[in-house]
Design a protein. Sequence first.
Length: 247
Amino acid sequence: MMSHGGPRSDPLSPSSNDGPDKLADVTDLPLLSVDGLKTAAKEFTNTLGNTPIEPLYGVTDGKAVGTYVEASFNIFVRERFTHEPGNAAKGIDFPDIDVDLKVTSIKQPQSSCPFRDATQKVFGLGYHLLVMVYEKLDDHANRTSALDFTNVIFIEKEFTADFQTTTGIQRIIEADGNVDDIDAFLEERNLPVDEIGRRQLAERIIETPPVQGYLTISNALQWRLQYGRAIQLAHAGDHHGLEDVIG
């Protein structure tokens, strides 16, 4: 939550009077669904995109902007739906519908996520992604900031794997490759897994080939997710498992 500047009075502010205690008293709200979350994301980004934001004026830290937007959206959703809020133990923002929220700048659309195991790079992260992509503009005369949301991408969990890795696997399978070919390819890709685990993964791939992933995933202590390709494909449309909610 941001500490820059004074609190905003608009209903989207994380520091508004409609805090968690007040929101917890709201009853008879509909259960959160994936479609409901998409609708909320479209409404939220449209509203926030037309709202001057004092606390973000002069802020250049993308993580701070992301934290502000995430906190605002979580309040926005909790005012409209009954759902199980995310926490550090669960690791994603909306665990009851298997969706994690990511907020990133259009200048470098990427973020990190916890590393669970190497299979995520092949078969996906295990949850859907809702990615809000913004361009930040400061109004120096009024000392406020504006966020122009260029894209809001929803990626189904089956398609959250690495593009190059799944592309290579599909080519090997189409060329009648076997488990040895897949194992060698995974070794070349430097997946963070030992020899036994890599062989087991190769056998799983032969039995159940993965679908084409849309992300670029870099190996690290945490996965580094890059969304440039997903943004382009979502904007073009007609890609299964990928949608620009505001497009």
